[in-house]
Design a protein around this ligand. Structure first.
Ligand code: 8YV
Length: 332
């Protein structure tokens, strides 16, 4: 398709709210993917030709090889807070800005983390499957007896904004003792606000009744929770992953759940998703959801709007709202 438009050209890689396309179209010539086709890398590369910006959804791998083939590209705007799809060093070297979508999803994602914790501890999906299968024929004193949530010890690995929002829910909503481990401790004021205590990773693993993972994915956090860490956890404990696939060794977790090394797990993210390790599908003591922690309409709109603000901010006004590259100086 040829065009006489002189607006800068951008690409939106997946289907998104029509209002998002409308907002972008005020400033840009927008190539969309309204059919929501899943493009392979070659197709993404082809579509990126001649584009100065791209609206991404957190899974499109932006690395040196791709950037070398897209010399006109200036900004990649993720509508997600996580940005492990960006090789930020390669982007900085190529003069390409990366932006993410923090803050707007914090409370919604923390709500979901807590929902998954509750469902896992109290065996909500396992018992529903039992009921739907027609197995509920009588009351029994220990039927689907689960783990206590109120008053228990909540462990949080990764104490960024979402971790802090989960800590507040646990401390003030459920009277939990909150412990956390992070690269560095929070300020004393923030610790007080979250009623959370900094501990070593070892103490976190051995003490938590419910351990929630909210750490960003990187080479350093790959398989942060594997067989040795699971073996350190209490046999009565639950593990919740709302961060990223790859932080947990899913094969080791499936084995640990099968052998009751820990009591249960709740997983919203998976290694190699949307594929799920087959052994996780056969153990009963795991709650599985398809990466939906931020999925409310209001939050997904806010995330997409922030990506638009970044594209317009940078390409039209010269300043992005939530830039990622440290010390990035290149102008749009
Ligand atoms: C996204 C997320 O919905 O923001 C993130 O980092 O994990 C979720 O909120 C998900 O990444 C969609 O790709």
């Amino acid at each position: 398709m040829t065009s006489t438009s002189h607006k800068p050209r951008i690409l939106v890689t997946r289907a998104i709210f029509p209002q998002v396309i409308d907002r972008l179209s005020e400033h840009f010539e927008v190539e969309t993917n309204l059919a929501d086709d899943l493009w392979d890398r070659a197709e993404l590369l082809r579509r990126l030709q001649g584009k100065v910006g791209v609206f991404t959804t957190g899974v499109e791998r932006i690395d040196a090889d791709l950037l070398a083939q897209c010399p006109e590209l200036k900004i990649c705007a993720n509508m997600t807070v996580g940005y492990n799809n960006f090789d930020l060093d390669a982007m900085t070297a190529a003069g390409v800005l990366g932006t993410n979508a923090p803050d707007v999803l914090t409370e919604t994602t923390a709500d979901f983390g807590f929902a998954l914790l509750m469902a896992t501890a109290r065996r909500v999906t396992e018992s529903e499957h039992f009921l739907r299968a027609g197995h509920w024929t009588r009351w029994s004193y220990d039927m689907f007896s689960g783990a206590e949530v109120h008053g228990s010890t909540l462990g949080i690995l990764g104490m960024g904004r979402i971790g802090q929002a989960i800590a507040r829910r646990g401390a003030f909503g459920f009277g939990m003792q909150v412990i956390y481990h992070n690269r560095s401790p929070l300020s004393a004021a923030l610790e007080l606000e979250c009623k959370a205590r900094y501990v070593s990773k070892q103490e976190l693993l051995t003490t938590a009744d419910h351990l929630v993972l909210v750490v960003p994915y990187s080479a350093a956090s790959h398989h942060s929770i594997g067989a040795p860490e699971l073996a350190m956890m209490k046999p009565t404990s639950t593990l919740i992953n709302i961060a990223r696939g790859g932080i947990v060794d899913d094969a080791a977790l499936a084995q640990a759940l099968k052998n009751r090394v820990i009591a249960a797990a709740g997983l919203d993210v998976f290694e190699g998703e949307p594929s799920v390790h087959p052994d996780l599908l056969t153990v009963p003591n795991v709650v599985l959801t398809p990466h939906i922690a931020s999925a409310t309409e209001g939050t997904r709109r806010a995330m997409a709007d922030l990506a638009v603000d970044n594209l317009v901010g940078f390409l039209v006004h010269g300043r992005a709202v939530t830039p990622l590259n440290p010390g990035f100086t290149a102008a749009a």
